[in-house]
Design a protein. Structure first.
Length: 434
């Protein structure tokens, strides 16, 4: 059950090491316990701490707060995504519901950074969906129709335009959306840790091993200690399933990414000195690739079923080689040895890409499964699950709950077989885009 992370992520290495780290060392009892300190859990803790200033709130994480997927993602705060089908009016309606949630997520993050004056390299530079395959223009035109109907500003781009803006002539077709923000996820999540209200107690390096209900209390067992709580919010995303939560509706996927060192002036000039940009793939298993503010290239091009608690250094090394090749394909002029760090991170997926936002039993709440939109939607869901837990309503909750619920997954071994074959198929379809 222990979560063992690599400590390779450049985003996290950019931050000052924290001093005030406290692990669980006593048995405790509380009215409110939050498990997981990423965007979801930290937002929940902040909101709860503000609403109930006299209550003691406990938040616990298996590793350092923010060092999970929240601090090690690609940093796209998305307004739209491409990987759902949307051709009929019904699909358009469900796409709109999804996009409305993204919009609320962006607002939640914006409010947070405004209120606490957070510097997280925020850049409202929009984003690209791009492909080297000319036939993918069909997918992009279809997407463009959807965006048109919903009023999202966007442009279809050709190879020349993409080469000018990105500094690589790898992509032949693309679609640029004006909405969407690029940011430094490590800085954002660190700010959420640093601004926790005074009545929130954070315990780190403390894994929840088991939990069970005993009448009106929930007993949470950690390595040497027990926390008894009246109410609990599970915000462990990729680790929901391993804690037995909504097991029939979500499964973990491990992603890996690499980041180069900052490019030298000379290297940067060979790319035409582009402005900061971010590209998302047109095909689901293609690469996400970014030019950061300080001229580093980030690439994420793998997604797989793996033990969520651990990825071995040798497997990570193999994935890093894939990322090196991905960079080489797009920027053949850059040297081979410019990758500074490689890391893995775990997310949770549902079959129909719907999120989980629920009371699963009396006084037990859960929020997760954001499918590449967890920066905004995690921040939003953390705040809103707290309102749900204190029985307050909000227009946000209405919007969140009007989306379709996650659909049922088959049990193992059928689930793993199904997911593996789907991943193999998608990988094959996107093989030129990795
Ligand atoms: C490589 C990568 C790229 C991504 N790119 C993007 C992107 O560009 N944009 C975007 O919006 N999203 C992206 N995502 C997804 C995004 O990072 C997640 O959706 C988001 O971090 C979810 O936040 P969370 O707080 O729910 O979960 P997490 O950040 O995963 O936090 C959950 C926490 O729970 C803790 N935990 C787990 N088990 C236990 C336990 N038993 N006891 C105590 N604590 C426990 C973990 O240690 C972890 O800190 C990416 C993810 C990865 C890995």
């Amino acid at each position: 059950m222990e979560v063992t992370n690599d400590n390779g992520c450049s985003w996290i290495k950019d931050l000052n090491p924290r001093q005030n780290i406290k692990a669980l060392s006593d048995n405790l009892s509380t009215n409110w316990l939050i498990i997981g300190a990423g965007f979801t859990g930290l937002s929940a803790a902040r909101k709860l701490g503000e609403i109930l200033p006299k209550e003691k709130i406990i938040i616990v994480d298996a590793q350092l707060a923010g060092d999970g997927a929240s601090g090690r993602n690609s940093g796209y705060l998305v307004d739209t995504t491409l990987n759902d089908g949307f051709t009929s009016n019904k699909e358009l309606e469900s796409y709109k519901k999804k996009a409305d949630i993204y919009d609320l997520g962006i607002k939640a993050v914006k409010n947070f950074i405004k209120e606490y004056q957070v510097d997280c390299d925020w850049n409202e530079c929009g984003k690209y969906f791009a492909s080297s395959k000319r036939e993918d223009i069909k997918i992009l035109n279809n997407f463009s129709n959807t965006l048109e109907k919903l009023g999202y500003d966007h442009d279809i781009l050709n190879n020349d335009q993409l080469t000018n803006r990105l500094g690589t002539n790898f992509y032949n077709v693309g679609l640029y959306t004006k909405g969407g923000i690029l940011l430094h996820p490590g800085k954002l999540v660190r700010a959420m840790v640093d601004t926790l209200p005074k009545n929130v107690d954070l315990y780190e390096n403390s894994s929840l091993l088991e939990w069970s209900r005993e009448k009106d209390l929930i007993n949470c067992k950690f390595k040497n200690n027990l926390i008894k709580t009246k109410k609990i919010i599970f915000a462990t995303n990729g680790f929901l399933r391993s804690l037995g939560i909504k097991k029939k509706y979500n499964f973990p996927i491990t992603l890996t990414a690499s980041m180069t060192r900052p490019l030298t002036d000379q290297e940067f000039e060979t790319l035409g000195s582009p402005k900061e940009w971010g590209v998302l793939p047109v095909r689901p298993m293609g690469a996400t690739i970014r030019m950061t503010r300080n001229r580093r290239i980030l690439i994420r091009n793998t997604a797989e079923l793996n033990n969520p608690n651990y990825m071995s250094p040798s497997l990570l090394k193999k994935r890093s080689i894939k990322q090196k090749l991905g960079i080489k394909k797009r920027f053949p002029q850059l040297p081979d040895d410019i990758i500074e760090s490689s890391w893995s991170g775990v997310v949770s997926r549902t079959r129909n890409s719907s999120q989980i936002f629920e009371k699963i039993d009396k006084n037990i709440f859960v929020a997760g499964c954001y499918n590449g939109s967890g920066i905004g939607v995690g921040t939003l869901f953390g705040e809103q699950i707290v309102l749900k837990a204190i029985k307050e309503n909000s227009k946000e909750i209405e919007i969140i709950e009007s989306r379709s619920k996650p659909t049922w997954l088959p049990p193992n071994p059928f689930l793993n077989l199904g997911v593996k074959s789907r991943l193999i198929y998608e990988r094959f379809r996107a093989r030129s885009e990795i």
